[in-house]
Design a binder for this molecule. Structure first.
Ligand SMILES: [Zn+2]
Length: 185
C-alpha cells in the first residue's frame, strides 16, 4: 500500500468505502464459498519433500539483520529469493515442489473431499475474498495513520491475511498440478 504523502486522503477513503461495500455486498457473499478456513494455524506450514531428490529441505537464515529466510535442500535445490518471514520461505518452497503433496492433505480451506476442479473453484472464491480484505486492511492502515479516523489493523492480523493468501496460491498450484496428472493418467 502506497504511503506517499502525495496520495490524496479523500481518494483513499473513497477506495476503502468502495471495497467495504463490495465486501458486504450480497454478490460477494454469494460468491464466497467459505470464510471458515479451519483451526490450523496458518503460520505453521507443512514442508514438502524436494521434487529433485525426495529429501526434506532446511529452513536457512541466510542473512542476519534484517533476517532473510530460505529453504535449502542438501541436493542443492532451493528457491531463488529469500524471504523476510519463515512461513513465506516455506510456502515459496512448496509452490515449486508440487510432486508429492496433494491439495486434499491441506489442513485449511476444507478441500479434502473435493475434486481438483471443485477445489480450484473454492480456492478462487477464497482468494477473491482475501484480496478484498487485504486491500481494506492496507487502506485502513494508511488512513488510520494519517487521520486517526479508522482503527489501524494489527500487524499480526495483516500478516495472517497475507499468510492465508499464500496458502491459497499454493493450493491453486496444487489443484492445477492434480488436474494435469489426472489428464496424463
Ligand atoms: Zn533435494
Amino acid at each position: 500500500m502506497s504511503n506517499q504523502p502525495g496520495m490524496d486522503i479523500g481518494y483513499l477513503k473513497e477506495k476503502r468505502k468502495q471495497a467495504l461495500e463490495e465486501l458486504h455486498s450480497d454478490e460477494h457473499y454469494d460468491a464466497t464459498e467459505t470464510l471458515a478456513y479451519g483451526e490450523h494455524d496458518p503460520f505453521d506450514v507443512p514442508v514438502c519433500e524436494c521434487d529433485k531428490c525426495g529429501g526434506k529441505p532446511s529452513m536457512t537464515r541466510i542473512k542476519e539483520r534484517p533476517a532473510r529466510w530460505l529453504m535449502v535442500c542438501s541436493c542443492g535445490n532451493q528457491v531463488k529469493q529469500a524471504r523476510r518471514r519463515p512461513w513465506e520461505a516455506a510456502l515459496d518452497w512448496n509452490m515449486v515442489n508440487l510432486g508429492t503433496y496433494s491439495y486434499t492433505e491441506m489442513p485449511l480451506f476444507g478441500l479434502a473431499s473435493l475434486s481438483p476442479s471443485d477445489a480450484h473453484c473454492r480456492l478462487v472464491s477464497i482468494r477473491a475474498n482475501l484480496e478484498l480484505r487485504r486491500k481494506i486492511a492496507g487502506l485502513s492502515r494508511v488512513i488510520g495513520q494519517r487521520t486517526g479516523e479508522v482503527d489501524i489493523p494489527g500487524q499480526k492480523f495483516q500478516e495472517r491475511l497475507d499468510c492465508y493468501q499464500h496458502w491459497c496460491l499454493w493450493g491453486l498450484r496444487l489443484t492445477k498440478h492434480a488436474k494435469k496428472s489426472e489428464r496424463k493418467r
